[in-house]
Design a protein around this ligand. Structure first.
Ligand SMILES: [Zn+2]
Length: 163
């Protein structure tokens, strides 16, 4: 689950182990677990991305069983700190949230929000949208023009989130 590819391998995403560990913590295993989410921070290498950190949910986020809205506090501050301490190498590259389904797929709202986020980006790069389900992760990138690219987990990765 750590290496992902799209566009016949021309676009790769690598997730560092700490990021996977964080996702594990927020999988919606129980019927009462709310959605969680945050932003993805990482480094860019041409068309490739490496995710080095995912922010956890913060107290001002609004979380229900089937929705997650990032609040005003926490995520941006963490992003700014990574940006400063890495001299601008580690930057915002996308967003993640959980879904209460085994094999997640994006909702209409997700697709719309990723498009809006991509259009807002000042560096012109696509936004990575990542959904953590109970047994799998869904990853797609969305460009400023709204073009979506769905990533596939590469073989040899550990098979699933569930235990
Ligand atoms: Zn969603």
């Amino acid at each position: 689950m750590t290496d992902w590819a799209a566009h016949e391998g021309r676009c790769l995403i690598h997730l560092l182990p700490d990021v996977i560990t964080l996702f594990h913590e927020y999988v919606q295993r129980n019927p009462s677990d709310p959605e969680s989410g945050g932003i993805l921070l990482g480094t860019v290498h041409g068309p490739h991305n490496q995710v080095v950190h995912a922010t956890p949910p913060f107290p001002t986020d609004r979380r229900t069983r089937c929705s997650f809205d990032r609040g005003s506090e926490g995520h941006t501050e963490v992003a700014d700190q990574f940006w400063r301490e890495s001299s601008g190498i580690i930057r915002y590259i996308g967003e993640w949230h959980t879904h209460p389904e085994d094999y997640p797929s994006p909702s209409g709202i997700d697709l719309r929000e990723w498009k809006i986020s991509a259009a807002k980006r000042t560096d012109g790069r696509p936004v990575i949208g990542l959904i953590v389900g109970r047994k799998a992760i869904y990853i797609q990138s969305t460009s400023a023009t709204g073009k979506a690219l769905v990533y596939q987990a590469l073989l040899g990765n550990c098979p699933a989130l569930g235990h």
